[in-house]
Design a protein around this ligand. Structure first.
Ligand code: VG1
Ligand code: CO
Length: 543
């Protein structure tokens, strides 16, 4: 093996955020940038020599080029084998499933998830550990520390691998297997859900649209929904992955998934609609002219879990990220199971899942998943809903309304202020925090502040502490306002404001969330000075 040791110097700010390192493609293309980060990952690992690493990405621009470099570096650093998705493609949940199935040492995922792609778009890289989940903070911090003192990296000089051809090849002394990106994942889904009853549902004329948004889930959804479950051809839309996602934001929300939203809110809408994001870990669920909030979706999956073969014996517990609505907590209370509140980002669920403390996890940001792997999983959530629809033979809307009638409704919305000046956003957060000593007990209209803090989390398994995870203001009536700065953006700062209030009165459940939350929305600005600091008079995205 012709191993080269290349001298390099650190890049500032190679710091993994909520989900890996995300930067503009132009930044990743700088000489040594990717190599430095990959070597920093390797330098933070131990006992990996001769072991297997899984590599794949969401198919965006630069994916294949990055994979060639990573393969040559993995070989130079002594990995024994690499499993690589054909064409360099693997969805994030598929990487997690494959790491677990083949007992790999870890995996590298090339994705900036829902961020736009293409030469002017974003790129990203993240490392997953042997449980299949995102590296916990201890490791991401070690990677960052390595990146700030790196002075060389190792790479072999050899020809590129043909990523099109399934089968075995070598890079230096490392075995490389180009694998079918879909097969293992699809097999896992067949084990979890009642495919026969979903098949029967489609046979009875049930209609659905799945929007793959020209991102990674196209081939997964086409095989599973159309070929295995017999949904009519054309059920999957925008199913061909493109390196720039067709110029769109592959973000499954009401704004970006407009192709699907137009259909689901138009005349003759199908009975069920769903979409996934760039790397396949998010999901949006729609009924006919009806939007299911991700927080409600988590609660409804939990309440109906025993209808699903994989969860028929019930749930061990439920975990949700702190800003996610408390809807799932009400279900956990009713089921008499534990629930956990974690910081934002899937890396915080891994220990709870590994310890068997929870079965389902979810985030308000269109992320839901279970102990079947260690990432959130877009298509899994869609199949879970299909399985419920097949079992209950009711509309999406009826299922949601019956859920609210039984558990109450958590009115919920997230307001994002994107591309805000970074200093201004940080100042807003600092000043907000400085008001916290006076806030408790203060009355705003009919609401009295019960508590406020900068959320910190003690991992119940390894007792590690994660601080500065978002400003919370809780009111005596159970309402909450939460302020966080995003850890996935690549331009300026994004302020996220999460708003929630709980309504037991069924007569009010029909209200529009923005109307129901109107006074809380005003209050969020009054307390933090959102307009003043950001210069925005309204959010850029409302979900
Ligand atoms: C966002 C979401 C968070 C999610 C993360 C990664 O992070 O809010 O819930 O885990 O994206 O999802 P932030 O820091 O921007 O709020 V994905 O599908 O982009 O990997
Ligand atoms: Co994603």
């Amino acid at each position: 093996m012709n191993i080269q040791t290349i001298s390099t110097t650190p890049f500032k700010r190679q710091k993994p955020g909520t989900s890996g390192l995300r930067k503009k493609v132009s930044i990743f293309k700088q000489p040594h940038y990717l190599e430095n980060f990959v070597q920093s990952i390797v330098d933070s690992l131990e006992n990996f020599k001769g072991k297997t690493i899984v590599i794949g990405g969401d198919g965006r621009y630069y994916n294949q080029i990055a994979i060639q470099t990573i393969l040559k570096m993995a070989a130079a650093n002594g990995f024994g084998q690499a499993l690589v998705g054909q064409k360099g493609r693997l969805s994030t949940p598929a990487v997690s499933a494959i790491i677990r199935k083949y007992h790999a040492f870890g995996g590298i995922i090339l994705s900036a998830s829902h961020n736009p792609g293409g030469p002017d778009g974003d790129f990203g890289i993240k490392y997953n550990i042997s449980n299949g989940g995102p590296a916990p903070e201890k490791i991401t911090e070690a990677i960052y520390a390595s990146s700030q003192k790196i002075n060389e990296y190792h790479i072999i000089e050899t020809a590129d691998v043909d990523l099109e051809q399934l089968g075995e090849t070598v890079v230096g002394d490392m075995k490389v297997e180009i694998i079918d990106p879909v097969a293992d994942y699809a097999a896992l889904m067949e084990q979890l859900f009642d495919f026969e009853s979903i098949k029967a549902l489609f046979q009875s004329g049930f209609t659905m649209r799945f929007d793959a948004m020209h991102a990674i889930t196209g081939p997964y959804a086409t095989l599973i929904l159309e070929e295995k479950l017999g949904a009519p051809q054309g059920t999957v839309m925008n199913g061909i992955p493109l390196i720039d996602f067709g110029g769109g934001h592959p973000d499954p929300n009401l704004v970006s998934a407009h192709d699907l939203v137009d259909i689901m809110f138009g005349d003759n809408a199908p009975q069920f609609g769903a979409a996934s994001d760039g790397d396949g870990d998010r999901n949006m669920i729609l009924g006919q002219r009806f939007f299911v909030t991700p927080s409600d979706s988590l609660a409804i999956l939990a309440a109906n879990a025993t209808l699903i073969p994989a969860y028929k014996d019930g749930l061990a517990g439920i975990a949700r990220s702190m800003p996610t609505s408390e809807a799932a907590d009400h279900v956990a209370d009713a089921l008499d199971i534990d629930y956990y509140e974690t910081p934002t980002g899937w890396k915080f669920f891994g220990h709870l899942l590994d310890a068997g403390k929870v079965t389902l996890c979810g985030e308000e940001s269109f992320g839901t998943g279970s102990n079947h792997l260690r990432e959130k999983d877009g298509l899994w959530a869609v199949l879970f809903w299909l399985n419920i629809l097949a079992a209950r033979q009711q509309s999406v809307e009826t299922i949601v309304r019956e859920h609210w009638a039984k558990f109450g409704r958590n009115f919920y919305s997230r307001h994002d202020y994107e591309g805000v000046n970074k200093e201004a956003a940080e100042l807003l957060m600092e000043n907000l925090y400085s008001t916290f000593s006076d806030l408790p007990g203060k009355q705003f209209g009919s609401r009295i502040v019960e508590y406020c803090d900068d959320f910190s989390y003690i991992d119940p398994v390894d007792h590690s502490i994660s601080q500065n995870q978002g400003m919370r203001i809780g009111f005596q009536d159970g309402s909450r306002i939460i302020y966080r700065l995003s850890g996935t953006g690549t331009e300026g700062a994004t302020l996220r404001v999460y708003l929630e209030y709980y309504e037991e009165d069924i007569a009010k459940h029909h209200l529009d969330a923005q109307d129901a939350l109107a006074d809380l929305i005003k209050l969020a600005d009054e307390i933090a000075g959102i307009k003043k600091y950001t210069g925005y008079d309204k959010p850029s995205v409302i979900t």
